[in-house]
Ligand binder design. Structure first.
Ligand SMILES: [Zn+2]
Length: 276
């Protein structure tokens, strides 16, 4: 599933083509939103923003399109002349003179009043957005130390969108590995230094992934992995999809476990529960 950084990059890419540009056609193909076709066709797109893994496309008529890609939704940006040949269902299409911006397959698409965005059931539950400037390491530190969260397992906390919005499966493995936190550790049992490092790594890796298009290691580390013949899914991370490969820090094999049916890759040496 795309995580916060991927959705934010998609929003940036789409914004460049349709925000403040002349959009000739807005086509709402997805049945639950078809009724808004006419009003949105007559409106301009003011901004596109993200909240966690959700995207909000705001129109100047006071309406917003809320979309969440879940596992299968996909945005594409193409020249209008490019023919799209694939087996997905088209949901929404924006056409300018030159470009076609399309949303495919997503089923979580709604039109809501812009003024009511914050009370949308998904958005209302979200914690601070990891990519927002206001979400600083010190804010994350305070949340880790708060009564609401300090007794939770690290592995479940990292995916809880009400704790921090925008972190998903690969970032979870990466953040825990690079801050040396065992998946079962609870903030309440960790030292302040450890929590500080966890908070800083959470922010740093999310921004790094946004800046680099999904890399959570330095260019040098990624290149070395590539030269060893590792696949991209492995060399761009330090733990995730590196199961059975040696840990960059200590050489121990990275181990894959499943938590709540989602994969989690970690180093049993660097992320030793006893030492936390
Ligand atoms: Zn290690």
């Amino acid at each position: 599933m795309p995580e916060g950084p991927e959705i934010r990059r998609a929003a940036d890419r789409i914004s460049k083509k349709i925000v403040g540009k002349e959009v000739h056609s807005v086509n709402l193909i997805y049945p639950p939103i078809v009724e808004f076709q006419e009003i949105l066709q007559q409106s301009q797109i003011e901004s596109i923003t993200t909240r966690g893994k959700a995207m909000l496309t705001r129109f100047d008529c006071g309406l917003s399109m809320y979309s969440h890609n879940q596992l299968y939704g996909r945005w594409t940006v193409n020249r209008r002349s490019t023919e799209m040949k694939w087996n997905r269902s088209l949901r929404v299409e924006f056409l300018t003179n030159k470009f076609a911006v399309r949303l495919w397959s997503a089923t979580d698409v709604e039109i809501i009043p812009t003024s009511k965005e914050e009370s949308h059931p998904f958005i209302a539950k979200l914690g601070p957005d990891i990519l927002d400037d206001s979400c600083t390491p010190s804010l994350i530190y305070d949340r880790l130390k708060s009564k609401k969260f300090y007794n939770r397992n690290a592995s479940s906390l990292m995916l809880d969108q009400s704790f921090i919005a925008g972190i998903g499966n690969y970032l979870r493995s990466e953040i825990l590995h690079q801050s040396g936190i065992h998946p079962s550790a609870k903030p309440r049992s960790l030292s302040d230094d450890k929590i500080q490092s966890w908070a800083e790594t959470t922010k740093f890796l999310s921004e790094l992934s946004y800046d680099t298009g999904g890399f959570t290691v330095s260019e040098k580390v990624a290149l070395a992995g590539k030269q060893r013949g590792e696949p991209k899914r492995a060399y761009r991370h330090s733990a995730f999809c590196r199961n059975d490969l040696p840990c960059h820090y200590c050489g121990t094999e990275i181990v894959r476990i499943r938590v709540a049916n989602r994969r989690l890759d970690f180093c049993p040496e660097c992320q030793d529960l006893c030492e936390n």
